[in-house]
Design a protein around this ligand. Structure first.
Ligand code: AMP
Ligand code: MG
Length: 499
């Protein structure tokens, strides 16, 4: 009963206006995911926005994807990115997935507020174009499938900042307002973000098919993931080796990703298995935040009451997610080598991850300190640096950038050890440090300011922030305002999911 009601309400069956299909569209989609069996997805249809208006358009990204959109009038772009107009090559779908959220399994999550329009091919690589907030889908359950301006702006700003910081991430091609009001704690303007991703495959996608016991689909999914993200594995003749290769490759990217988050002081806040991508990109900018004052145990997310995803433990938690990933591959591997050996092999692969994370973390954090090829021997020095930050309640970003001015010091524990460990000329060390310690990051209080201004109809504040964050490692006088940590009354203590 409930399912039927949900279906009737969903974009697919809602009797609202249909998106206009446009021929000769400027985007030519491929639909490789839609071509997978029905159990992978459901047809979806963007709800046609009442009065779509373009908020931001990412010309640089559009160009790098080889899209010819810059000459389009704003009204056309607004229609396209709100879903009011669908290029005729698009086969819009919502993707099905499961996931462990804060440690508990949920069997059927799926895209409840996201619709995949299709894939764009750029220089031989496929990129998903997804509209987030464009209306209900078969997986919306009680939700409205919508997004409001706040989370849309946050995702646009933070994902693009991540990209500029050199951290693997999904990106934002455009943001539009829909001209409709969304009911949350109050009424807010509705908005849609057009997201670009190497794919939206997650650990949770694998979990869905393993949970359902759908071996054929699971095999198909693994092949799809390998073809799309790790084509070098496709040549391995032995299927068991391919699956183990897939596990190791995803683990490698995820560990490096989290180490990179830690380098820039990023706390994801909701790193559940449905937000752990197979591509190794950062996804889901809900309750995330960049730290101002350094604290090992910093948490911002309002729903992370026990601090599961606090700064310090992000590495351990991604390993937990990778253990779930390993368990989803078990049936595939067991088919090839038997249950016992499959377990043994996956456990061996998992056992190596603690050490691999320390290596990744030391490499990323070592760059902050100007250490070339930092490895696990450097962990105590890096720890000492972070303790120094915490003890003195220093701003993570500013203190790390200012460290370049302390090369001459060797007067206390950390500084003395640091001086002993450094190799190379000062110029080399400084170059290393300056490329790893950003001058500007999207500080939470600034994002809040952007959202408040945008709610008052002024998008210039956000525009200025987005522009400044495009070159985060460059010193620039006119960006000095972005280096200022929040005043006591400006500190954002809690962040919220993007619902
Ligand atoms: P997330 O917070 O993005 O990790 O979402 C968790 C799950 O809730 C996913 O299945 C989402 O698609 C779904 N969800 C979140 N917000 C909404 C919404 N406004 N309407 C429908 N489903 C939603
Ligand atoms: Mg999510």
């Amino acid at each position: 009963m409930r399912e039927n009601a949900a279906k009737r309400d969903s974009g697919q069956f809602n009797g609202l206006r249909n998106p206009r299909h446009i021929e000769n569209a400027v985007i030519q989609f491929q639909n490789t995911y839609a071509a997978l069996p029905e159990s992978f997805h459901s047809a979806a249809k963007p709800s046609v926005a009442k009065d779509p208006k373009l908020l931001f358009f990412n010309e640089a990204l559009s160009e790098s994807l080889g899209l010819d959109l810059a000459q389009q009038p704003e009204s056309e772009l607004a229609a396209l990115f709100s879903g009011a107009e669908l290029p005729s090559s698009s086969k819009p779908i919502a993707q099905c997935y499961a996931g462990h959220q804060f440690g508990s399994f949920s069997g059927r999550l799926g895209d409840g507020r996201a619709i995949l329009l299709g894939e764009i091919e750029s220089e031989g690589t496929l990129f998903d174009l997804q509209l987030k907030g464009a209306g209900r889908t078969e997986y919306s359950r009680g939700g409205d499938g919508r997004a409001w301006l706040g989370p849309v702006l946050r995702e646009y700003i933070v994902s693009e900042a991540m990209f500029a910081l050199g951290v693997p991430t999904t990106r934002s091609l455009a943001a539009v307002t829909t001209g409709e009001e969304i009911l949350r704690e109050a009424r807010f303007p509705g908005a849609v973000v057009a997201r670009i991703a190497s794919s939206h495959l997650r650990v949770g996608t694998f979990e869905y098919f393993t949970w359902k016991g759908m071996g054929n689909e699971l095999r198909r999914l693994a092949s799809y993931a390998i073809e799309r993200h790790y084509p070098e594995l496709a040549a391995i003749a032995e299927p068991a080796e391919r699956y183990l290769g897939l596990f190791r490759a995803v683990a490698d990217r995820q560990l490096k990703l989290v180490a990179e988050w830690m380098r820039v002081g990023f706390i994801h806040g909701v790193m559940n298995t449905d937000n752990t991508t197979i591509s190794g990109e950062t996804i889901d900018f809900g309750p995330c935040a960049f730290m101002d004052t350094f604290r090992f145990d910093q948490v911002y997310s309002s729903i992370d009451r026990r601090g599961r995803y606090r700064y310090r433990t992000q590495g351990q938690l991604v390993i937990w997610n990778l253990a779930v990933f390993a368990s989803t591959l078990l049936p595939l591997l067991a088919e090839e080598v038997g249950e016992a050996l499959a377990k043994e092999q996956l456990e061996a692969a998992l056992d190596g991850l603690d050490v691999a994370f320390v290596d990744a973390w030391c490499a990323a954090m070592g760059r902050k300190l100007g250490l070339e090829n930092a490895a696990k021997e450097d962990a105590p020095l890096i720890e000492a640096y972070l303790e120094h930050l915490e003890t003195n309640a220093l701003d993570f970003t500013n203190a790390s950038r200012a460290l370049r001015n302390e090369l001459g010091r060797d007067d206390s524990g950390f500084y003395r050890e640091w001086a002993k460990r450094r190799r190379g000329t000062d110029a080399e060390i400084l170059a290393q440090m300056d490329s790893a310690n950003p001058v500007v990051i999207p500080r939470n209080h600034q994002i809040e300011r952007c959202i408040q201004s945008a709610l008052n109809g002024d998008r210039s504040v956000a525009q200025e922030l987005i522009a400044a964050l495009a070159n985060p490692y460059n010193e620039n006088e006119s960006h000095a305002w972005l280096q200022v940590p929040p005043e006591e009354h400006e500190v954002v203590h809690q962040t919220f999911c993007g619902t």
